[in-house]
Design a protein around this ligand. Structure first.
Ligand code: FE
Length: 500
């Protein structure tokens, strides 16, 4: 088995591609809500690019000047970029969660955040307060004619795709109960065998405890839950993402323990009570997508900590899964400020491929990309199937740990890489691949992403030709304002803005 030691940071760290103060500015709140046609465009928006890019992420990093402790605790704000006939339109709106409305009215923090945000008044004011703030900030999907803002520890919020108005919580005709979790990382199955080859959406929820309940949800194209089945696995689990193949759901149960006492006593957020256990193995949990198959397969490997998986596929008795692994989970200290993070002191996320042999119950792994990378995405028709091209946010430099400033395309067949970097002033986010209509090549399309430009303190929508990232953006759409660094989003082929 390979050791992480082999891939330790090179001692000769290249000159920095960023200034920390520039990066920090991307974490300013955006309080205003906009609605306009984007007219400041460099290059040309491809006329064939038609549809809507929805993005979600923390829009507020403070409540009326009171800083939150971690961006993951920031209120969800949806950005919608509409492309049609070579033009683009922007709109953003906060998800009006109950807690958002209450806190905006009060002008102060009323809820503890999972990642350490505390109510004012010290630990006494926070002890024994277990109320969760459903902040709806992690992902946004358009499925079954519903636009849903997702946050992994509670129920989704449904939004009007035309106005981005919050319509209320979505429970899928009573399938979810009030407050029941629905993860923020659904996977799109382009051809579900259980549904006669129709597409379906697969998602999960985690109910942590001494043992963990993993529930699988599968939704048809009408947005109805057609399969829901729950499974118990031993031990506490902190699972943010999963991967699917035609037959399986695959989870990495990261080696962590949870000590709730500091949370109960009001000294730390629940997420800050998770402790990484570097000497314990990662458990790979494999659950059949067929609800009749109750057997849960559990194998062990060493992966460090995984937030995101790129894709998985089946080859005979093997499952192959590509995942971004960290050597450890950085601990958030109660007194620290996330803006002061020392990137050089942390290990980068790197892409690994795991080969899981279900027959022999063995796992082998190989490092595919050592450059610091995150937010892997690919062609949506290749989910769970053999695929060739992967797109990721990446650091500017080949070695070391740094903020994401570039977009990397990886050809998994040839090993060739393409990269476009927005450094030094630009900071990258999750890239989304949009196929060109009627395209046949897997990489025939565009990579669309938000880039924060620290020089102008505004964000750009960047459109890259996915066949050749090296040549740089074919269009750069300058927004009138910045968008705080976001999390996840999706592209829908529908357009919700009236076009003249
Ligand atoms: Fe995520």
């Amino acid at each position: 088995m390979q050791s992480f030691q082999l891939y330790e940071r090179a001692s000769t760290v290249p000159e920095k591609s960023y200034i920390r103060g520039d990066w920090q500015k991307g974490y300013e709140s955006l309080t205003e809500e906009f609605d306009y046609w984007i007219d400041d465009v460099e290059g040309q928006i491809p006329p064939e690019l038609h549809g809507t890019l929805f993005r979600n992420g923390p829009g507020l990093l403070d409540i009326n000047g009171h800083h939150i402790h971690h961006p993951f605790d920031g209120d969800g704000m949806i950005s919608r970029i509409t492309f049609s006939n070579g033009r683009a339109h922007f709109r953003n709106r906060f998800v009006r969660t109950e807690a958002y409305l209450e806190e905006q009215k009060a002008g102060k923090i009323l809820y503890r955040g999972v990642f350490g945000t505390q109510k004012p008044g010290g630990w006494l004011a926070n002890a024994f307060d277990f109320k969760l703030k459903n902040i709806a900030n992690t992902n946004v999907i358009y499925w079954g004619d519903k636009l849903l803002a997702l946050w992994e520890a509670a129920d989704p919020h449904r939004l009007d795709p035309q106005t981005l108005e919050t319509l209320g919580k979505e429970h899928f005709q009573g399938v979810l109960s009030e407050g029941e979790a629905f993860a923020a990382h659904p996977r799109f199955d382009p051809s579900c065998a259980q549904d006669g080859g129709a597409p379906c959406l697969v998602n999960f929820s985690i109910k942590p405890g001494l043992s963990t309940t993993i529930t699988i949800f599968e939704l048809n194209t009408e947005g109805e839950v057609v399969r829901k089945h729950a499974h118990k696995v031993p031990g506490f689990a902190f699972i943010h993402d999963f991967a699917i193949t035609p037959n399986y759901c695959i989870f990495f149960q990261n080696p962590v323990t949870f000590n709730p006492i500091p949370f109960v006593l009001g000294m730390r957020g629940a997420g800050e009570c998770v402790k990484f256990q570097p000497h314990q193995p990662t458990r790979i949990v494999i659950i059949s997508r067929n609800p009749e198959q109750r057997e849960v397969k559990i194998l062990e490997t060493h992966s460090g900590f995984v937030f995101h998986h790129a894709n998985a596929l089946e080859v005979g008795d093997e499952i192959v899964i590509d995942s971004i692994c960290y050597e450890s989970l950085p601990e958030v200290e109660p007194e620290s400020d996330f803006r002061e993070v020392d990137f050089d002191a942390l290990q980068p996320g790197q892409l690994w491929r795991f080969d899981i042999n279900l027959k022999d119950k063995t796992v082998s792994r190989e490092l595919i990309e050592s450059r610091c990378c995150e937010f892997p995405t690919m062609h949506s028709q290749k989910v769970g199937r053999p695929y060739r091209y992967l797109y990721m946010g990446a650091a500017h430099a080949e070695t070391g740990n740094a903020p994401l400033q570039a977009f990397l395309k990886l050809d998994l067949e040839s090993g060739k890489r393409q990269l476009w970097s927005a450094a030094p002033p630009g900071f990258a986010s999750e890239p989304i691949f949009v196929p060109r209509p009627n395209s046949e090549r897997e990489d025939d399309g565009w990579v669309v992403a938000l880039v924060y430009d620290s020089e102008s303190h505004r964000s750009d929508v960047v459109i890259l030709d996915a066949r050749d990232l090296n040549k740089g953006p074919i269009a750069r759409l300058h927004l009138k304002h910045h968008i705080p660094y976001g999390l996840h989003g999706n592209f829908a082929s529908e357009v919700f803005v009236p076009m003249d």
